[in-house]
Design a binder for this molecule. Structure first.
Ligand code: DQA
Length: 148
């Protein structure tokens, strides 16, 4: 099973970016913890990671992933709240996508309370900090094992 973890804008700044909201760990550190988690849980998954600050590049990656991966874990970051293009890209592919957020977007500013992409995804996990990614991986793994 191959899964892509796709991160959007400003998530490359994790570690120093608003640590009270997003924690002190870098994206590289979070990614290596996800690999450790996968190994500990014996999940038979090949994982790839990609981060970009550009909306169109997220759209390109989602489209390309459809040919390469069994599923995507996506944190669209601020594009969650603005991007119909990313929502449309998710609707255009056949592999399942899980939306992830470090913070609980429903407990923050009003403009973060709405996600354009969530209803195109099989699930959304928000508010468990870095563990949101691990829970998404477990959920997607179970989903793919039960739906293929
Ligand atoms: C975020 C929440 C978004 O509102 C914000 O723009 C981000 C990160 C999260 O993971 O909590 O950049 O997606």
């Amino acid at each position: 099973m191959k899964i892509l973890i796709l991160n959007g804008p400003n998530l490359n700044m994790l570690g120093t970016r608003e640590p009270k909201i997003y924690g002190n760990e870098t994206l590289d550190k979070i990614n290596s913890e996800i690999i450790e988690f996968k190994n500990k849980q014996n999940l038979d998954i090949e994982l790839d990671f990609f981060q970009t600050n550009h909306e169109g590049e997220i759209v390109d990656k989602i489209q390309e992933a459809n040919e390469i991966y069994d599923g995507i874990i996506l944190n669209p970051a601020a594009y969650t709240h603005t991007s119909i293009a990313i929502a449309d890209a998710i609707k255009a592919i056949t592999i399942p996508v899980v939306e992830v957020h470090l913070s609980n977007i429903y407990a923050r500013e009003n403009y973060r309370n709405f996600s354009h992409s969530a209803n195109a995804c099989i699930a959304q996990i928000a508010g468990f900090s870095k563990n949101s990614y691990k829970l998404a991986l477990l959920g997607l793994y179970e989903y793919l094992n039960n739906n293929e």
